[in-house]
Write a protein that binds this ligand. Structure first.
Ligand SMILES: N[C@@H](CCC(=O)N[C@@H](CS)C(=O)NCC(=O)O)C(=O)O
Length: 205
């Protein structure tokens, strides 16, 4: 298996999950800052021009973070990265979809890719402000889900790897405060050896 990733991107969640599973895998850098996602060879490998993308051992490519995370967890049950009952799994997918589709794509993307949301430069501060509001509202909802638990579903799961990159982006890239229990979650995640290894491999330790 090979993960196409870029440092500082949401591919970090998949990188962490691969480290948690502990089986051998390869890493292929797609430098988003240099626009490598829009050029060959990557654009021919993944016409969506996005990371993460996972090339599996049969040569097929799997894209979309929630699908990749679920696939890895489901195909490696010994790693214990999914709840064992249907209700738990449904709640996990509910959270992962909200974190990626709303907080990341509608919130953080307004800040990182502001020009994609308006043709008018003068509107960009307002677009960023809307992004921050979506992020703040999102963290409030996620914080309520987390409550006093160590991890989002109680036991550690793929949802925690997703929350980790959002919390990390908020603090390190956007300099936004996060609720105390999410800051605690980020610290717990950093203490996990798999997370340290993924961060170190991406030069983010
Ligand atoms: N919905 C996609 C989002 C992936 C995504 O937005 N990836 C970003 C990095 S965090 C990316 O590759 N952006 C490249 C670009 O927009 O040019 C998923 O779930 O995988």
């Amino acid at each position: 298996m090979k993960l196409y990733y870029s440092p500082n991107s949401c591919a970090l969640a998949i990188h962490i999950i691969l480290e948690e599973i502990g089986k051998p895998y390869g890493l292929e850098l797609v430098n988003l800052r240099e626009g490598a996602q829009y050029k060959p060879p990557f654009i021919t490998i993944n016409p969506k021009a996005k990371v993460p993308a996972l090339q599996r051992d049969d040569g097929t490519l799997l894209t979309e973070l929630p699908a990749i995370a679920w696939y890895l967890a489901r195909s490696n049950p010994a790693a214990g990265l999914l709840p064992e009952n249907i209700e738990g799994e449904a709640r996990l997918l509910e959270l992962v979809d909200y974190m990626v589709a709303t907080v990341h794509m509608r919130g953080f993307t307004r800040i990182f890719r502001t020009a994609a949301f308006t043709p008018t430069t003068a509107d960009e501060p307002a677009v960023q402000q809307t992004g921050k509001e979506i992020i703040m509202a999102g963290f409030k909802i996620i914080s309520q889900s987390l409550g006093a638990k160590a991890y989002l579903l109680g036991d550690y799961s793929i949802a925690d790897a997703v929350l980790f990159y959002l919390g990390d982006w908020a603090v390190r890239r956007v300099e936004m405060p996060v609720p105390d229990n999410i800051a605690g979650h980020t610290a717990r995640m950093r203490a996990r050896p798999a997370v340290s290894r993924a961060l170190a491999a991406e030069g983010l330790a």
